[in-house]
Design a protein around this ligand. Sequence first.
Ligand SMILES: [Zn+2]
Ligand SMILES: [Zn+2]
Length: 265
Amino acid sequence: MRLTVVGCTGSMSGPYSAASSYLVQARGADPEIGEDRTWNVVFDLGPGSFGALWRYIDARKLDAVVLSHLHADHVGDVISLQVHRRWYPTGPLGPVLLAGPDGLMDRVRGLDGFAEDDDYEGDFDPVILHDGEPLMVGPLKITPYEGLHTVPSFGFRVEGPSEGDPEKRVELAYTGDTDTCPRIEEMADGVQLFLSEAGFTAADEARGVHLTGARAAEIAKKGAVGSMVLTHIQPWTDPSVVLAEAREVWDGAISTAYAGATYSL
Ligand SMILES: [Zn+2]
Ligand SMILES: [Zn+2]
């Protein structure tokens, strides 16, 4: 399993990165072709990320897009994906699995802005996510965990084959947008890689919206994760502040995400 940061800037696009989007890839059997291939799943498609994705894969070969929640900074480029699938020069690319919280297709219609009765049948195969109900995409088992945010949100625990040893199963967890809550703590428990949002710093007093570096580190420590990557840092925040706050809480392996970073599990 391999994670690539397609976009990581918090709450908006930034000067050095698109907004939230993460590519998870793993090799596994494809029953349709009778052999192994690389499966491509994207978590979130924030503004600017669909174009950035082309740097890493042939965007026609996406197997699924999984949305943590329906805030624009995580879904804005779904419409770029829709245009790509419907109007590709050699003909429509067919429906791709699009998973997200309840209200998903209304959100797509709202972003599109002109097609009130479009069902996007030829572009998307929609799946509504529920807490604890896993979604299988090739060799990847993706389990949603309910977060604590201003709208319904999920984090995901993703289990798949190790890149170095395909017989071995490895796990990563991605928080989406959330503050500390029991389900997100359960999600992170024991994973090799914990990709955690840290949208706030100690200077932000609001609760129920985002984690800070320190709160992310508390989850990492409690769950004894292998390593933690901090993401969703706003472009006006110095990442070293978030990192320092996290390191005060946990002395494990912590880094900050940047566009193009890859992690092999
Ligand atoms: Zn966000
Ligand atoms: Zn959000």
